[in-house]
Ligand binder design. Sequence first.
Ligand SMILES: [Zn+2]
Length: 150
Amino acid sequence: MSARQASSDEWEAGVLRLHAEAAGAYTLLLVSPAGALDLSSRAAAGDAKAFAYIGALEIFGKRLLGARRDAPMCLCCDQILSRRTPPYLIGLFHALSDRPSDCLTVGLCRSCAKGAPDLPALRNAVIGALRQVFPDLTACDGVMAPAGHA
Ligand SMILES: [Zn+2]
């Protein structure tokens, strides 16, 4: 099994776990680079949820810095995200729960993020793309990290 295939299988297994746990109700947190700093401060102050989000962001960040074959793609287009083409926004998506077991981390390229005229449109674009993977998505509690749209 190749590393790419293992990564794909792992991603698919995570999607299936998330789907089963959520039963249609999800939370989406959109994070800008400034929002990630705010999350980091909240994690350092003892906020357990912020700490979990920072862990998910770190794993995503390693994929951005790693081999191109393992690099994530923009959620809404075919742009490969990497150190040279970093995401403009990152979405943290998980079951609507106080203690979700899995968190799907997705990135949006600058072009897709800038194509939305405002935050509600951006959020709707992300939810629309996620709905292609999670067709059961009926409720999405969505918030921006406090620092918001960069
Ligand atoms: Zn894109």
